[in-house]
Ligand binder design. Sequence first.
Ligand SMILES: C[S@@+](CC[C@H](N)C(=O)[O-])C[C@H]1O[C@@H](n2cnc3c(N)ncnc32)[C@H](O)[C@@H]1O
Length: 249
Amino acid sequence: MRFDVVTLFPEVMEVYLQTGILGKAQESSRIEVHLHHLRDYTTDRHRTTDDEPYGGGGGMVMKPEPIFAAVESILEDSQGDVPVILLTPQGRVFDQAIARELAGSERIALICGRYEGVDERIREHLATDEISIGDYVLSGGELPAMVLIDSVSRLLPGVLGDSEATEKDSHTNGLLEHPHYTRPSVFRCWEVPEVLLSGDHARIAGWRVEQSLRRTLLRRPELLDQARLTDEERGILEELMQAEEEDSK
Ligand SMILES: C[S@@+](CC[C@H](N)C(=O)[O-])C[C@H]1O[C@@H](n2cnc3c(N)ncnc32)[C@H](O)[C@@H]1O
């Protein structure tokens, strides 16, 4: 899969993209990430990418010409429809389901805003999608672009090894994942749950399912409405809910 990122600050993305799973995914050509410096698409002597807002007020607005020129030139040789995603706190809020949807594309272009954001005509006539990574405002679209590239890449075949597979990760089946422990079995006075040291794989699997359901019930109960649960999981959940009710009396 190929990602093209239009940004004023490609250098802030480079180290993260070269590190760990994303670095390996590029080495093995599972993904390609192309960072495009917006200033390379300006035509004036000062390489201007922003200007004052019409109507006054503080801050600067990113000009339409260089962003249109960048995206049109980058996608000139592309085949089929390539999603052009504007990162904005006003977009649809990113989650694992959107990551899965985007993982079905062969190529994605990402536009990172800065300052007060981009000229509205970019949203209206260039972007095909708008994505927010949450209800808060960052200084630029580079972190959101990296969040998207990272989470989408993890879902692509061959990017993760078997031991890192995503199917048990939080939000994959609508639940939060169970807790993890490693050596030592006692740290300070805190012990690892006995079941995890038992070597009994069936008991461990049962404990993990119960912990995953308990965590989701206590921390994110709204996720349970959409979760795809087996009959057994539903039974465990009902018991957990009853126990919670008793405890709260
Ligand atoms: C300071 S923000 C602009 C916010 C804009 N004035 C508003 O209120 O909607 C600058 C840029 O950061 C990026 N950005 C900030 N927060 C974001 C978020 N939660 N999700 C995605 N992108 C975000 C966008 O690219 C945005 O154009």
